[in-house]
Ligand binder design. Structure first.
Ligand SMILES: CC(C)(COP(=O)(O)OP(=O)(O)OC[C@H]1O[C@@H](n2cnc3c(N)ncnc32)[C@H](O)[C@@H]1OP(=O)(O)O)[C@@H](O)C(=O)NCCC(=O)NCCS
Length: 171
């Protein structure tokens, strides 16, 4: 697989390599991110990076001008018609990078790779991410009630999905 997946105005998406492992772990465990995600350990990410990428991918969001990493995505179920976006984390927040990177990822998923559907889940109180996904065109498909036990409390997960025909209708 080509390491460069897709490029946009300010950002490009590329496959993560072994030198990105530290960045991925730091981003996951940063307190401002950790409360909104379920982290995976380093061995899990190393396995993804060392794999052929047919089933799971770690993707680095990179600033084109500087070459610096701006965030990371993790994808699963790539060997089916219905991909899952597992992690969406922006390191340099509030610059419109989340929106731009997600648009690029959707373009790669539907226009390049021709998936039928993508889905993602999100904690119900994560209002910034809920807004991000709705503005990108995801449809709220359901609620997994009290699905994650975190910090002494059960949390709900909102499930979002987007179909290929919905993506293309929006373009
Ligand atoms: C959610 C996240 C990916 C958004 O990335 P970002 O680059 O900061 O977001 P953007 O700058 O592209 O902004 C996207 C939207 O969120 C809004 N937003 C961004 N930061 C905000 C803040 N602190 N407060 C309120 N709204 C905010 C923007 O105004 C924009 O809204 P609009 O499209 O209606 O104009 C990022 O905050 C993040 O990594 N959060 C921690 C991890 C996480 O929650 N991941 C999602 C798990 S499901």
């Amino acid at each position: 697989m080509n390491d460069n997946l897709i490029a946009g105005r300010r950002l490009k998406l590329r496959r993560a390599n072994a030198t990105d492992l530290g960045y991925i772990m730091t981003l996951q465990y940063a307190p401002e991110n950790l409360k909104f995600i379920v982290p995976f350990d380093e061995d899990y990410h190393r396995e993804i990076i060392d794999s052929d990428g047919a089933q799971k991918l770690d993707i680095i969001i990179e600033e084109i001008d500087t070459g610096f990493a701006a965030g990371y995505f993790m994808l699963r179920e790539l060997d089916s018609p219905c991909a899952e976006f597992t992690h969406v984390i922006i390191g340099r927040k509030g610059l419109g990078y989340g929106r731009e990177a997600l648009d690029l990822l959707l373009k790669w998923t539907f226009a390049v790779k021709r998936f039928h559907r993508v889905w993602i889940d999100c904690k119900e109180y994560n209002s910034i991410a809920l807004n991000l996904y709705e503005r990108a065109g995801f449809v709220r498909e359901g609620l997994l009630r009290e699905y994650i036990y975190n910090d002494g409390a059960w949390e709900n997960l909102v499930v979002f999905g987007m179909l290929a025909r919905e993506y293309f209708a929006k373009q």
